[in-house]
Design a protein around this ligand. Sequence first.
Ligand code: AMP
Length: 222
Amino acid sequence: MKINNSAMKKSDHRIVLLGKPGSGKGTQAALLAKALDLPHLSSGEILRTEIRDGTRFGRAVEEYVLKGEIGPEELITTAILGYLERSGFGGGYILDGFPRTIFQAKALAGAFSPDRAILLSVPDRIIIDRISRRLTCTGCGAVIGPGKEPGSAEPCCEACGGTLARRPDDHPDAVAKRLDIFNDQVGPFIEFYRDNGLLSEIDGTGPASEIHSEALRSLERD
Ligand code: AMP
């Protein structure tokens, strides 16, 4: 799991990244973490690591993650807040994939309240195209986006040499379900951050570098 947790931070922002599956949260979270020297934590990656490691928590959430569903709220919230606490995230963080529900947003507000929520807006048809073309390393979880697939017949991860494959929840049926869940259940909770005046909505359809610049600009605004 990628946790960049440097002692010398350029910023103490506490940022949550919101958006549909495939909206680029992971990419933008990694770029912001590097630019601002903040630790980055991805709830999806935590869950996939726990599943890969066969932990009790991993076994409890596996069926939900494979189907692209939101699993047991309290269990997941306690686990992610525990990660935050152990990683010393009180001095600033970038969170990607958490919170996903109003329950989680309220729990986070009570523990490590964010000061910014950045929503990456991308239409469903672009999401479906992006996800159908992305590969993920089964070893380290690295994501290989469209246009960056290695040419070999048995593609390997450049970082760890692991096998690249499509995530089970990136198959079309699971993607459709994840988008439905986002549009029905996750989308509305974003109002929580709008109402609190923390939300910046940015267009997530352009090149990653432009979206990153826009995200940085959004942090400068009040
Ligand atoms: P992601 O990598 O963010 O697309 O997450 C992959 C899957 O992990 C989701 O479809 C959910 O099944 C699960 N997941 C990730 N984050 C959360 C969360 N905050 N609450 C519940 N389930 C989550």
